[in-house]
Design a protein around this ligand. Structure first.
Ligand code: KG4
Ligand code: ZN
Length: 345
């Protein structure tokens, strides 16, 4: 049995997980920094770095306790090395390097998006390529094609805002807390989607790219024109916004499947928790006989299980990282291979 210990600290969550080679989660702990950043209205990198430093040892101990394992039971260590905030990435990466050296076990540096892509499995096990992945979060909205050799290429991405960012900005104008996406999802479930007319982004475009700034601008104008929202109007407005975002995501994903001729769709990222997105993708895939891989809701947002799963795939293929591997604030997924500078069989 191979057990991988994984760290995810690229932004505002200190997450640690231990996953075995059957994809079973043996231990999982997370410290969310939402409260630390709330007074500033957004993530402050310096505050985040400090919180990671303060929490990482405790969160790691919690994961080990839950798994009833000792460091000697771990066969490889993984961490997110890119992309993300430099200070926060450095904390997880250095901690992982130290653990790997102390236990004389391999280190596996993982690209954050690879993590979101390979989280896309409700239960145990791993997704086999080829497939299309739709990754939608506060910072990313993109479509990827994963080839049978596990190489990943972006085939469409947002030209402006990410879908989660659009939810968060529209939610802020409505006076909702950050992150507004999950709050708007709940409110939307109480409303009628047809009350407010909002544009469905990129509907007539043949490309696989996304755009949410036009929808965001129209939504912000509607909020201004409407004036104070009573509960009913708030629910209906959230439902109309959610429908426009989700329709656009589903249409682009469908187009990607048709264009590439592939039959499997994986979703990931915080917005993959959206109940309407999960419902409509379910209908679309059932209607066209595509296989749909949905992560558990708690594994849509940033977590370390997804990093452990991506690392297991690399471990199986003998792709390790040396102690020289560095973190990077940005790194296109097509260049993620530079994180593995040792091939061992
Ligand atoms: O993947 P994630 O934790 O962090 C990154 O942005 O990388 O995603 C967070 C984003 C936020 O924009 C949040 O509003 C959105 O995911 N989100 C949702 C839902 N849950 C989280 N958006 C819509 N519906 C949801 N249920
Ligand atoms: Zn993420």
């Amino acid at each position: 049995m191979t057990n991988i210990l994984a760290f995810e600290t690229s932004c505002d969550d200190t997450a640690v997980a231990i996953v075995n080679d059957e994809g079973q989660i043996l231990g999982e702990a997370i410290f969310s920094q939402l409260k630390e950043h709330a007074p500033f209205g957004g993530v402050v990198p310096e505050v985040s770095s400090r919180a990671h430093i303060e929490q990482i040892l405790y969160v790691t101990k919690c994961a080990f306790e839950q798994a009833s394992l000792m460091p000697a039971d771990i066969n490889a260590v993984a961490a997110t090395f890119a992309p993300g905030l430099i200070g926060p990435l450095m904390v997880g990466a250095q901690f992982a390097k130290g653990f790997a050296q102390a236990c004389s076990i391999p280190l596996i540096a993982v690209h954050h998006i690879e993590g979101h892509i390979f989280a896309g499995h409700q239960d145990e096990g791993f997704i086999e390529p080829p497939f299309i992945a739709l990754i939608v979060s506060g910072g990313h909205t993109a479509l990827y094609q994963c080839a049978p050799d596990y190489s990943i290429a972006a085939i469409g991405e947002t030209l402006d805002d990410a879908a989660g960012e659009a939810f968060d900005k529209i939610g802020r104008a409505l006076g909702l807390d950050y992150p507004a996406g999950p709050i708007m999802d709940k409110l939307a479930s109480l409303g009628h989607k047809d009350r407010f007319t909002l544009p469905i982004p990129m509907r007539t475009s043949d490309s696989l790219n996304f755009s949410f700034s036009g929808l965001k601008t129209k939504a912000l104008e509607t909020i201004k024109e409407h004036g104070a929202f009573d509960n009913k109007a708030l629910h209906d407005f959230c439902a109309s916004v959610r429908e426009a975002v989700v329709q656009s995501l589903v249409e682009r994903a469908f187009k990607a499947l048709k264009k590439t001729g592939l039959g499997s769709l994986v979703i990931g990222g915080g917005v993959a928790a959206n109940s309407r997105l999960r419902e409509l993708l379910g209908h679309m895939c059932q209607q066209h006989s595509y296989s749909l891989y949905l992560p558990k809701v708690r594994h849509c947002t940033d977590n370390a299980v997804m990093i452990a799963k991506a690392a297991h795939i690399k471990f199986r293929r003998g792709l390790y990282s040396s102690n020289q591997v560095d973190i990077a604030a940005t790194l296109p997924i097509e260049q993620a291979y530079i994180l593995q500078d040792i091939v061992s069989h």
